[in-house]
Design a protein. Sequence first.
Length: 260
Amino acid sequence: MATTTLTETRVPLTPPLQFKIALVTGASRGIGRAIARELADRGATVVINFRNSVGPAEELRQEIEHNGGEAHLLRGDVSNRLEARRLVRDLLDIYGRLDILVNNAGITRDRSIRRMSDEEWAEVIETNLNSIFYCCSAAIPAMVDQMYGRIINIASFSGQAGNFGQANYAASKGGIIAFTKVLALELAKYNITANVVAPGFTATDMLSAIPGDILDQIRSRIPLRRFAQPEEIARAAAFLICDGDYITGQQININGGLYM
Ligand SMILES: NC(=O)c1ccc[n+]([C@@H]2O[C@H](COP(=O)([O-])OP(=O)(O)OC[C@H]3O[C@@H](n4cnc5c(N)ncnc54)[C@H](OP(=O)(O)O)[C@@H]3O)[C@@H](O)[C@H]2O)c1
């Protein structure tokens, strides 16, 4: 009897984010960089925003293109309302649409409330929280026209649990969580979802501002006994974007069990 050989014809999978345009703020370093890379790997055209670090941003653009992806650099200080809105306008001029907005840019200026200056308070609120309002308000009209949008706002466990010396930072991150719920409510009818990714301590330049002995103390308080890698945060953001069509107004905590 003749035997038939079963030959599988493998149809190449279409990358889930093919033809999608993504803006990641603060993508030159750390978590934003990992998110930009992850979205590019999944087929999105990624706009890498940064404020100062043109070298690392350009290096990331080249890496993405080397791997067959598409990326574009747009410098802009998102804490400045004119620059933030110009950033989104420039992106729309280039691509004509914006599908994915990841509001990631953030800073710390840690000090106890008794010693914190008005400038340290304001700089953190402007960079971490006001920037998100500026970028969202500029992006939403295009997303509404498209009847599609995925917004990810990067908060922190500090905005959920509080953290000593971080009144400005915790207030900005708690504000992001509340703002995201309103975004989700107001935009759901346009098929736009908005969610928060809330990292715990993550191995980036942001942690390098903390002295080594304090880092050891922090690590010992984390149930999983280690800091997150930026790629672990990026995969959660990508999950919400690629597979989260029915998820909106939620927070995904990636903190090794630090806050439950
Ligand atoms: N690392 C952590 O432990 C941790 C924990 C919880 C939440 N987060 C949050 O995760 C996000 C990323 O943090 P990270 O640890 O990756 O920080 P990072 O390594 O210090 O990188 C910060 C990024 O934000 C950009 N940035 C800062 N201010 C900006 C502005 N005004 N306009 C545009 N870009 C700006 C920086 O650009 P330049 O390179 O040009 O300065 C850089 O690309 C932040 O929102 C942070 O609050 C971090």
